[in-house]
Design a protein around this ligand. Structure first.
Ligand code: GRF
Length: 266
């Protein structure tokens, strides 16, 4: 029978995604030849969610299956009735349910979150459908270690009801953005954007469903950059997150041409 190797003892083989390999070819990887294995402590990830949890689920599966050098260490939910909790409890990591209504202030709620994050030695937080505004103090404490996903092509349509806003504005394109969180809502450098064409017969519900599919892909694509950023810092990464709203298209969605009028229904 095959020996079962504890996860923390696994070496990380640097057969990385294309971007990493390109960087390594250019810069070398810490002076080591390509293809060599390294023993590196995994980056420990917490996922925050509030409801259905489909992004939490997609992320948890990606971390387990696709993402090297990271491990899921905690899920955290602020609503005790959230549908995603049942799935989160099937994962082999603690699921903290912290009902924000039980705390008098945002800071008191965040102190409780912080104690769970510290207990699990979290390196990177992924807010994934987490519907609670975080205080500037919390966001600044986690600067460049706190990601969010937003269902619009930021900086367009910050806040809630983005699908309705896209339709009302007559935008030709819509999509989602994974970004580093900053104190201002839905602000911060972008890691990945995915876009789609708005169809003439789209409704807010159809857009929500189509954008959600992109969200699940976008977070997976953003994780390696965020993990590298934590591990090596931006100086050694050799690249920086996108910090404007007109980039991030990766070839499998229409080229980003601005939010022009969409085509009328034929
Ligand atoms: C997602 O569209 C997310 O971007 C938004 O709320 C939705 C949450 O969906 N903030 P789920 O809970 O991840 O399924």
């Amino acid at each position: 029978m095959d020996e079962v190797i504890p996860k923390s003892d696994l070496s990380i083989d640097y057969d990385f995604n294309q971007h990493r390999q390109k960087q390594e070819r250019k810069n070398g990887f810490l002076g080591q030849p390509l293809g060599q294995s390294f023993d590196i402590d995994p980056v420990r990830i917490a996922i925050l969610f509030s409801g259905r949890g489909s992004n939490m689920r997609a992320l948890a599966q990606s971390i387990a299956d696709d993402i090297l050098g990271a491990e899921l260490a905690l899920t955290l939910c602020n609503r005790p009735d959230a549908a995603g909790i049942d799935y989160a409890k099937t994962l082999d990591v603690p699921c903290a349910v912290i009902d924000h209504t039980h705390y008098k202030t945002r800071t008191a709620f965040e102190d409780e979150m912080q104690s769970h994050l510290e207990k699990e030695k979290i390196d990177l937080i992924c807010a994934a459908g987490f519907m609670r505004l975080l205080t500037p103090a919390f966001v600044e404490h986690w600067q460049d270690r706190l990601l969010n996903i937003h269902p619009s092509l930021l900086p367009h349509h910050k806040g809630l009801n983005t699908h309705e806003a896209v339709l009302a504005a007559g935008d030709a394109q819509h999509g989602c953005t994974v970004h580093y969180m900053r104190p201002a809502m839905d602000d911060g450098p972008h890691l990945v954007q995915k876009s789609l064409w708005v169809k003439g017969d789209d409704t807010a519900d159809s857009l929500a469903a189509r954008v959600l599919e992109l969200e699940h892909i976008a977070y997976r694509e953003a994780l390696p950059q965020a993990i590298d950023h934590i591990r090596f810092g931006k100086e050694q990464m050799g690249y920086a997150p996108i910090d404007n709203g007109d980039n991030g298209d990766n070839g499998d969605s229409p080229a980003y041409i601005g939010l022009a009028e969409r085509q009328p229904k034929k």
